[in-house]
Design a protein. Structure first.
Length: 398
């Protein structure tokens, strides 16, 4: 759906004069923020910024983007002057498009690396769309159950708040059911950074001793940063970080592979950080259990058969490397560390190779792993086999 000028009367119920987050300069003169920002985006950004930038990778109060989007859509329902379900559906669909277009625009901007090493919205676009679509489907289903618009609207608000609350608690529920699958003395291999995976590992560490091996996770080094966080956490889980290319080398010492997901799709497969597919095939070849942890709001109505079927994510930016000053990223003598830290503070990255212009760059942040490589999925709906995902998706979207 095309989005009209935000200041048009068709969007008056979702639009205000300006967003204070984008109006700052030295003399308080309005600049870019003179352009009106839809209220749904203001709500979304407010939910994501409510607790500020997390001081720790283990700050589990950080709201996931799809949950923030659901709460922002609830705000659209609260402010709506619609008198029919068709009008309200139109407003919700328009709000969804505004959210998705905003994230699409942001992911095309120069990459900004967060504390977790994750790059903008490129990797969570599918999960964001899934969260919005689930809420829209839920609103429609509520109207079909009640028939009366006023009663349906109130029910959508009441149940929607409950749904958002359940989604916020999803990590804890997943950790509760999944921690038992990690046994005393095992070695767990993981890839990248996932708060739901972290929840599982920390829950298991309350009663068991085990080791973690983390793939470094280039180009954003999310795994290396996660390894540092695990090692410095009060649980003091013994942690080793290895090169991504060393997954086959260490696999024979591993008991369990555990990863998160950006999205779980209809055929029982899932989308996650680049390199997950290779990790899954390696685990399969060595006969190691391969577990996936994901919140149910990341269940997406997609049916990819191969890598080319994935939605376009990322902007094919130059392959860059963020220095983490780990033993892998920096020589033991610390040479070059000061220069790298200085450049990193400037928001710059470090290219491993200066490529000639006629060399093409393919730099997708995610890949697709088919369900045949998955042993079990840990979700807030319970422990699922890949074949059960289709049934759950039908139930969620029916």
């Amino acid at each position: 759906m095309a989005i009209s000028d935000p200041s048009s009367s068709a969007e008056n119920n979702m639009v205000v004069g300006g967003d204070n987050d984008e109006t700052t300069n030295g003399d308080n003169t309005n600049t870019a923020a003179d352009v009106t920002v839809p209220l749904v985006l203001q709500d979304l950004r407010g939910f994501l910024k409510r607790d500020g930038r997390p001081s720790s990778l283990f700050d589990m109060s950080v709201m996931a983007t799809p949950v923030a989007a659901i709460k922002a859509l609830l705000g659209v329902v609260e402010r709506s002057n619609a008198t029919t379900m068709m009008e309200l559906q139109g407003e919700l669909k328009q709000a969804r498009e505004i959210i998705m277009q905003d994230f699409q625009k942001r992911k095309q901007e120069p990459r900004q690396h967060s504390q977790t090493g994750r790059s903008g919205g490129a990797r969570n676009m599918i999960a964001l769309a899934s969260g919005c679509d689930l809420f829209l489907k839920y609103a429609t289903r509520t109207f079909l159950e009640h028939g009366d618009f006023a009663a349906s609207r109130n029910q959508v608000l009441e149940r929607g708040q409950r749904f958002a609350g359940i989604s916020l608690a999803a990590r804890d529920r997943i950790a509760h059911v999944a921690a038992d699958f990690i046994q005393e003395g095992q070695t767990v291999l993981t890839h990248g950074w996932s708060r739901v995976v972290a929840s599982i590992l920390l829950k298991a560490a309350e009663t068991k001793h085990f080791d973690i091996i983390v793939l470094e996770g280039r180009p954003d080094a999310a795994g290396a940063k996660a390894a540092g966080a695990y090692a410095s956490h009060e649980s003091k889980i013994p942690t080793t970080v290895v090169l991504d290319a060393a997954m086959g080398h260490v696999m024979e010492t591993v008991d369990v592979v555990l990863v998160g997901a950006e999205a779980v799709v209809e055929n029982g497969g899932f989308v996650n950080k680049m390199g997950t597919y290779a990790l899954a095939t390696c685990a399969k070849a060595h006969g190691k259990p391969f577990y996936v942890a994901s919140e149910s709001y990341k269940f997406a109505r997609l049916y990819p058969l191969n890598q080319q079927d994935l939605p376009v994510m990322g902007n094919n930016s130059p392959i860059d490397f963020v220095d983490t000053t780990t033993a892998i990223a920096t020589p033991k003598d610390g040479s070059g560390k000061e220069k790298k830290e200085e450049e990193q503070q400037k928001g710059q990255t470090f290219s491993a190779v200066d490529l000639p212009e006629n060399v093409r760059v393919e730099n997708s942040p995610c890949d697709f792993t088919p369900g045949k490589f998955i042993t079990l999925l840990f979700t807030d709906l319970g422990v699922l086999t890949p074949s059960a995902v289709s049934d759950e998706l039908i139930r969620l979207y029916s």
